[in-house]
Design a protein around this ligand. Sequence first.
Ligand SMILES: C[S@@+](CC[C@H](N)C(=O)[O-])C[C@H]1O[C@@H](n2cnc3c(N)ncnc32)[C@H](O)[C@@H]1O
Length: 258
Amino acid sequence: MRYDTPSMMRWNARAYDSSFGYVSAHGAPLVELLDPQPGERVVDLGCGTGVLTAEIASRGVHVLGIDRSPAMIDKALTLHPGLEFTVGDGRDFTVAQPCDAVFSNAALHWMGREPDAVIANVREALVPGGRFVAEMGGAGNCAALTAALSTAWREFGLPEPDLPWYFPSPAEYATRLEKGGFTVRLLEYFDRPTPLDQCPDGAADWVRMFAGSLLRQVPGDMVDSLLARVNELAAPALRRETGWMADYVRLRFAAVRR
Ligand SMILES: C[S@@+](CC[C@H](N)C(=O)[O-])C[C@H]1O[C@@H](n2cnc3c(N)ncnc32)[C@H](O)[C@@H]1O
């Protein structure tokens, strides 16, 4: 089944690692929460360029990285020869053999329009007692960024942007997990202001990387001034003397398949 929508994201795998490597850098505590044991089988869902997949593999684990973006998988295969990666969608992937854990960093909010399909697939991929350990954007994630984006779009007479993300509250996602056949063992919901160190053009760079699909619907000669306006609108909330800071809010959980 394909789920492509007009807003489907095309990832720039090269820029992702050079300018947005903080995404996987923040994933290190999540690997600790996963606590992979030698000999286990793990799926890294929405693995991107495979930085955390490799970290998990270094613990003696057999890990399969799955990502919907062929560009990300190509780069992962180049960066980590010897590791296993495949193109697949979180909403309908299957594995040859059930695994001990499914891990996912900063990816579930991209698959969220069918969150129950993702949870059901993850459950199918796990052995009974298997772990689902993940971090994703939570309710209120990037609120100032997306408010600036929506306002700029409106001011320029563009249709309301169809934001591609799903940022659930802890109560909502825990309920989905429990209904989907998991026992929630841990769930954290926290602010994580994140410096956009490698984004000299601040919020505009963030939009180019993470909301590029929305820009494809904007006339080319309007893009620069539109993004300059996003920066003006976002600056009071997000620009510090030291640089731009994204208003990230995260949901991190560990659940066990019943
Ligand atoms: C922000 S990146 C995170 C990558 C990696 N987990 C990390 O920590 O660096 C989000 C990833 O989710 C992938 N993704 C988005 N929607 C997906 C889907 N429906 N199924 C599988 N992967 C998806 C994207 O292609 C992208 O590589």
